[in-house]
Design a protein around this ligand. Structure first.
Ligand SMILES: [Zn+2]
Length: 449
């Protein structure tokens, strides 16, 4: 400032000193005014989350208040319901808090279920009388919901086989944000059905996974609403243990030499066997993970009807859930489970779509080679692997029996055949059930009536 004053005085040298002083005072006052304008006319900025209207007892509500000027002095949060004010939070802060974030949940005893508003008021630490400039007020409307959905099972007889599929019909007391059947780490989503019922109706296709023993099989229905209230319920079922076959695959150098070059991303520093084992383990895992992703690309209605079509005139070479030891030069080098059926017909035999649906995948996919995946709705999908040609594209609708490609030896295939898989929300299941009219009637279609 003194430098500025010195430079001002000589320039206005002809004038009287008091005038120069007055000018300086005016300049300083203006500067201070501008400073105060920036400093104190900025009220605190308030943000309230979440944005969705439904709040449950466990839903965290976060209020964030920022004041870039003098900082915050106080913050109050009130709930307003039926004209009554309920204090939820009241805080004062040491001067200089530029940002404050407070998270709380609602106490059921204070706010009742139903609509309510949240009002947030904040005051900054400015001392200059610019009226409301130092205060801010924001309100947001919510609905308090502390009641979890109630689950009403409609299908009372549920018979399953280890490795096989199941189908459950149930209703909920309210529409769910997420609902389905949980089996350990696996989740089989249920899909909301259009209907005239006063309670939302759900269909759930699920499985008794091949790798879960009867004693360990404990499926539960789960449902959670938009406010985060969740419910879990047991349902009646009976499941039969199944013993799966053991099988041996003899690996030959010529087989590995023929199949390995088709794969990308295989470390080439190891032996031929190392490369094969990488494909049979690492790439297999990646490919299986894709099946879980495909399972989510499903329609919420049943696209299929009747029994599923089988590749005509084909011999069954390998069965579902065969436990396979891989042998090389007389030694066991690997172990995997075969999660489909191997059907061998003529070379390059036309492959029919198992049932009506929509193509979700038609491309090369690692161990499966050229593969087509058809979605039949509700998470039910069929897989056709090792194809020599693919005649369909993702998004195409298909009818039962439409030719989708031709059998071949792409991927990890020893000879020309079709690897046929049925998958429920990413979990491979026993395909034979879906060829059986009686099984379909007893376990699926009779539950729709
Ligand atoms: Zn196979």
């Amino acid at each position: 400032m003194s430098k500025e004053s010195n430079s001002l005085i000589p320039r206005k040298g002809g004038r009287r000193f008091p005038l120069a002083l007055t000018a300086i005072i005016i300049v300083l006052a203006l500067g201070a005014g501008i400073f105060l304008l920036f400093r104190d006319t900025e009220p605190p900025v308030i943000a309230i989350t979440p944005d969705n209207a439904d709040i449950g007892e466990q839903s965290p509500i976060t209020v964030t208040v920022a004041d870039t000027g003098s900082g915050l002095e106080s913050l109050t949060v009130k709930g307003v319901q039926d004209g009554k004010e309920i204090e939820l939070l009241a805080k004062t802060f040491a001067t200089g808090r530029k940002e404050v974030s407070e998270t709380f949940t609602l106490n059921k005893g204070r706010i009742k279920e139903g609509p309510f508003d949240i009002i947030v008021e904040a005051r900054d630490a400015s001392i200059y009388p610019f009226g409301a400039a130092g205060r801010a007020r924001t309100e947001k409307s919510y609905r308090f919901d502390a009641t979890p959905p109630r689950i009403y099972v409609q299908s009372h007889t549920n018979n399953l086989n280890q490795g096989g599929s199941g189908f459950l019909v149930y209703t909920l007391s309210e529409e769910a944000k997420e609902t389905g059947i949980r089996v350990g780490d696996r989740f089989f989503p249920a899909y909301l059905q259009p209907g005239s019922s006063d309670r939302p109706l759900y269909y759930c296709m699920f499985a008794h996974p091949w790798d879960v023993s009867v004693n360990d099989y404990k499926p539960f229905i789960e449902a959670s609403d938009a406010a985060g209230n969740s419910a879990k319920r047991h349902f009646n079922f009976h499941t039969n243990a199944r013993a799966f076959r053991k099988d041996r695959i003899n690996l030959s150098t010529s087989f590995m030499e023929r199949t390995i070059p088709e794969f990308k991303g295989v470390p080439t520093d190891g032996s031929l066997l190392d490369q094969y084992l990488y494909i049979n383990n690492e790439i297999r895992k990646q490919n299986r993970a894709r099946l879980v992703e495909f399972g989510k690309e499903t329609r919420s209605n049943m696209l299929w009807s009747g029994t599923f079509k089988r590749l005509p005139n084909a011999a069954n070479r390998a069965r579902f859930a065969d436990s396979r030891d891989y042998m090389f030069q007389g030694k066991k080098v690997d172990h995997q489970t075969h999660l489909g059926l191997d059907l061998a017909s003529l070379r390059h035999a036309p492959v029919p779509a198992g049932n009506d649906g929509r193509i979700v995948f038609a491309d090369f996919l690692g161990i499966y080679g050229n593969v087509v995946v058809i979605d039949h709705g509700l998470g039910l999908q069929t897989l056709y692997a090792h194809l020599s040609s693919v005649d369909v594209n993702p998004g195409d609708p298909v009818d039962r029996g439409d030719v989708i490609g031709h059998t071949g030896t792409t991927g990890l295939a020893g000879g020309d055949h079709l690897h046929y898989g049925v998958i429920v929300s990413g979990t491979p299941v026993q395909p034979i059930e879906w060829w059986d009219t009686t099984w379909i009637k007893n376990n699926v279609t009779s539950k729709l009536e």
